[in-house]
Design a protein around this ligand. Structure first.
Ligand code: SF4
Length: 911
């Protein structure tokens, strides 16, 4: 096959290369400047790998072309691939390029290999490709003229996505679980079976499973769940430790155990571990369900709309690629599932959020795709599953909803339990902000201006119902009228211009004025906030009319809900199943939203009064890079453990809260307070097992004492020297995005020229999961990031051998922090937070028994009292930067595991 007549462009922080084979007579690869690269891309389509990343490297963010990743997503939808040259090489069975200079010709080879698959009789994702290529051609997808003619036209018309997806089956409601107990020896026997005959169950894991077994039994008294706090050091094997008794109970009682996690990585790990319980894949699919929130799953109705003209330009191309994926996806998860995280980044996130259900717009049985809907399938599957895996946010939300319906989540294991406090904090908060208010207005009235596809307001969703019922029609009309008081499109510009419209915009305008008058930015260019106390007359004066307007909206919403409930009971003869389902959906949406509106009114009515003891209220202007995106009043619980205990813990039969760092450098009292268990009537049981890892022999903590505080140049130099000494494999943690970006800008080019790619959250146009995949895959890559990396990176092996923290991770001095600090013991509270964060960050380093590495803290003033955050026995040295560099390099020279040769890259990717 002749090479495609297009140049291939490759760019890293270290340089830019173009391959002109088949394009001009000179052919070959050559290094070019950034300006020449931009000019080349303007003249003719270029082949490249990840256009946004290459565009960022050459300083042309809007760069587009023949992106190899888009071609891959078309040919192999729902297939995992690390989006680098090395990742592509591995997936295609090719030899990876040995240097940056060889990457451009390699990409040409990879394109040929991909195109050859279109002709391969064993191409498993052929169905639907021909039709999709035709549509993509009409949409102007640059690959379509190349791909289209290479796909054989099918003999019969291809079924389109919505007829290909399987339907879920309606099942009878599951009876309540049987009352059974799990004896500890049975749990241990199950654990031994799961671990397998070739491996040994360690004592800590055995004790852990035995300690959990008694939890899986009916509680003795209502409102008094069996509760256990279990701290199990990394390496104990706690996932199998709890899956053993949990799966046994589920099997014997015919009930479900919920396992709640904080990170997607743990969800994936759990999903894989359950293969030991259910060896038959079909049985496993039935017995283990990962439940995602509606806002994370593909909504077929929105996709259909996007495919039928609802999306334009690049968003329409994304919709076609998403449709290709949906036909092969295991569960339709758009976030953290089998849709590559990098796919939506290629489209600058354009359109992806409109493919999910972010506003509870589901019309249930009224939807033509109801029986094939991924979301509905997972809801039903969870009802009959043994193990339901979900994240903390969703479990808290569902528990809260079930409680209002008089049900509960019976048995629940919260893994990564040290995040439960934060999850409860955000679940039970109240935010009366412009963005929240306009979302509510759109749910009620539909989008303004040009209608966006299937998105309809409540009136349109209930049109057929109210045409038969006058009382409902009147209430709905009143809702529509009252909702006009909520902010509409352009609210942010209007209040910034001092020209607010309506009572709620007037309130937001007064909030913004107060914030700008009083607040200091915690980090330059980012959010501003101030205490909701000692407020001036203008703001208090605006609160009254806003509260009245909100109450005036709640009243007809309640009337409408009551009327709909009455219709549900009366079952008039005009009602059919779709109408009934729409009524059900509307009632549940109205319930949720009247609760929100009532919380807003309570918040407003307290403005100017002494603060409510259980809450912290403040005013905020949210900004990114000095650009405002939201304004409003926020309320958080001073102790989110209180609503957590009432809505989630108390209604449960049993609760296990487990983590490697539950006590977070504190004690059990602290752990009970953080997890809400302190608010239950009975104290929880405690269990503790030390990590089997030899931290003292395999890791060190180096406190670098000779850097001048606040000197960005010195900070950047320190990062660069340490990363060079370790030859990559470094995770750099920052407390402020601004400093992260400044350090990255100073060192990325230099490191790239040394063959050490540097990636960064908030800089590279990729999602965090993809950045971690690339980091994990490349022994010489390093990754810079903020909180999410400190808590959620699980990279066992040599890929992560150095953690560098820019300083002590003190809490940000926010209004909420000040309030919690005041009741939490002042500086002792801050110390707890820092210890917990240090322990979390250190925990990234040693993930397996044979891991080793260094933890470097760039801070001249680290109080000794905080050093007990690290595992006992780990050597801690206060050293100069030069000495730290020597020590890090010496660990490398004592290990030949990396096999690095200066100036070459094993995984050049698109650094
Ligand atoms: S059933 Fe609901 S969530 Fe599913 S596609 Fe239809 S409207 Fe969307």
């Amino acid at each position: 096959m002749a090479p495609l007549p297009y140049p291939v462009l490759h760019a890293t922080h270290g340089g830019t290369w173009i391959d002109l084979a088949g394009v001009d007579l000179m052919g070959g690869v050559r290094a070019i400047g950034r300006a020449a690269a931009i000019a080349a891309a303007a003249d003719t389509p270029v082949i490249l790998l990840n256009a946004p990343v290459v565009g960022a490297r050459i300083g042309h963010p809007d760069l587009s072309g023949l992106d190899v990743l888009e071609l891959f997503a078309f040919i192999h939808p729902a297939r995992f691939m690390v989006p680098t040259a090395a990742g592509l090489a591995r997936t295609l069975g090719l030899a990876p390029p040995a240097s940056d200079g060889e990457t451009a010709p390699f990409l040409r080879m990879a394109v040929d290999a991909l195109l050859a698959r279109l002709d391969d009789p064993h191409w498993t994702e052929r169905e639907g490709a021909w039709s999709s290529a035709q549509t993509l051609g009409r949409l102007g997808w640059p690959w379509a003229p190349i791909v289209g003619p290479r796909i054989r036209r099918p003999e019969r018309a291809e079924r389109w996505l919505f007829s290909r997806l399987p339907e879920w089956e309606e099942a009878a409601t599951r009876p309540p679980p049987a009352a059974v107990r799990i004896p500890a020896p049975d749990a241990i026997a199950r654990l031994e079976q799961l671990v397998g005959s070739g491996a040994e169950v360690r004592a800590g894991q055995r004790d852990y499973a035995a300690a959990l077994a008694p939890l899986f039994a009916p509680r003795d008294r209502e409102g008094r769940p069996r509760a256990l706090l279990a701290e199990a050091g990394t390496g104990i094997g706690k996932t199998l430790g709890y899956l053993a008794p949990a799966s046994l109970w589920a099997e014997r009682a015919a009930g479900s155990v919920w396992v709640s996690t904080y990170t997607k990585a743990l969800q994936r790990q759990l999903d894989a571990e359950t293969a030991r319980i259910f060896r038959d894949p079909a049985a496993r699919r039935e017995k283990v369900v990962i439940r995602k929130g509606r806002e994370k799953s593909l909504r077929l109705l929105n996709l259909e709309d996007a495919l039928q003209g609802g999306f334009q330009g690049r968003a329409a191309i994304l919709a076609q690629l998403v449709a290709r994926w949906a036909a092969y996806s295991r569960d339709g998860d758009m976030v953290g599932g089998d849709l590559p995280g990098w796919l939506v980044s290629l489209f600058r996130r354009n359109g992806s959020t409109a493919l999910t259900d972010r506003r509870g717009e589901c019309v249930y049985a009224g939807c033509p795709h109801y029986r094939k809907c991924f979301i509905e399938r997972s809801v039903r599957a969870a009802e009959g599953a043994d193990i339901v895996i979900a994240n903390h946010a969703l479990v808290l939300l569902l528990a809260d909803r079930r409680r209002s319906e008089g049900r509960s989540i019976g048995h629940v294991v919260f893994d990564e339990g040290h995040h439960l406090h934060d999850a409860a904090d955000s679940t039970f908060r109240v935010a009366l902000t412009g963005q929240e208010a306009i979302e509510l207005r759109r749910w009620l009235l539909g989008p303004e201006g040009k209608s966006r596809g299937r998105r309809r307001g409540l009136s349109a969703r209930l049109a057929d119902v109210v045409s038969y019922d006058d009382a409902a029609a009147l209430a709905l009309e009143a809702v529509g009228h009252a909702a006009q008081a909520l902010p509409g499109d352009g609210w942010l510009r209007r209040i910034a211009d001092g020209d607010p419209f309506g009572p709620v915009e007037l309130l937001l305008s007064a909030v913004r004025d107060t914030v700008f008058a009083r607040a200091k930015s915690v980090e330059a260019g980012y959010g501003l906030e101030t205490d909701a106390a000692e407020l001036d007359g203008a703001l208090i004066g605006a609160a009254g009319p806003a509260a009245e307007a909100i109450e005036a909206l709640v009243r007809p919403m309640l009337r409408l809900r009551q009327r709909l409930e009455a219709v549900q009971e009366e079952m008039p003869d005009w009602i059919d199943a779709p109408a009934l389902a729409r009524i059900e959906g509307a009632i549940s949406g109205l319930n949720l939203r009247t609760r929100t509106l009532t919380a807003w009114t309570e918040l407003l009515l307290r403005l100017g009064a002494p603060p409510a003891p259980d809450f912290v209220d403040w005013l905020a202007v949210d900004r990114v890079d000095a650009r405002e995106f939201d304004v409003g009043i926020r309320r958080h619980w001073l102790d989110p453990g209180k609503p957590l205990a009432e809505t989630v813990l108390r209604p449960a039969q049993s609760v296990v809260i487990t983590s490697a760092t539950l006590k977070r450098g504190g004690d059990w009292d602290h752990a009970e307070a953080q997890t809400g268990l302190a608010h239950l009537d009975d104290p929880p049981l405690h269990f503790e097992a030390q990590s089997p890892f030899d931290y003292a022999a395999r890791s060190r903590v180096l406190v670098v004492t000779d850097l001048k505080r606040g000197d960005l140049g010195q900070l950047a130099t320190a990062y660069a020297r340490l990363i060079e000494a370790a030859e990559g494999g470094a995770l750099g943690l920052f407390s402020a995005i601004g400093r992260l970006k400044a350090v990255h800008a100073r060192i990325a080019d230099h490191l790239a020229r040394a063959g050490l790619p540097l990636y960064a959250q908030h800089v590279d146009p990729m999602d965090t999961g993809t950045l971690i995949d690339i980091f994990r895959d490349d022994l010489h890559a390093s990754l810079l990031g903020t909180d999410a990396l400190r808590d959620g990176v699980d990279v066992p092996g040599r890929s992560l051998r150095l953690v560098v923290m820019e300083g002590l991770p003190w809490p940000r001095p926010t209004v909420l922090h000040a309030a919690r600090r005041a009741v939490g013991g002042g500086s002792a509270y801050d110390d707890q937070v820092v210890r917990a964060r240090l322990a979390q960050a250190f925990g990234r380093l040693i993930r397996r028994a044979d891991d080793s590495g260094d933890f470097v803290l760039l801070s001249s003033a680290v109080p000794s009292r905080l050093l007990d955050a690290f595992p006992a026995g780990v050597p801690i040295e206060r050293v100069t930067l030069a000495r730290a560099v020597e020590i890090v390099a010496s660990r490398l020279s004592s290990s030949d595991a990396i096999g690095h040769q200066a100036g070459t890259m094993t995984t050049p990717g698109m650094a």
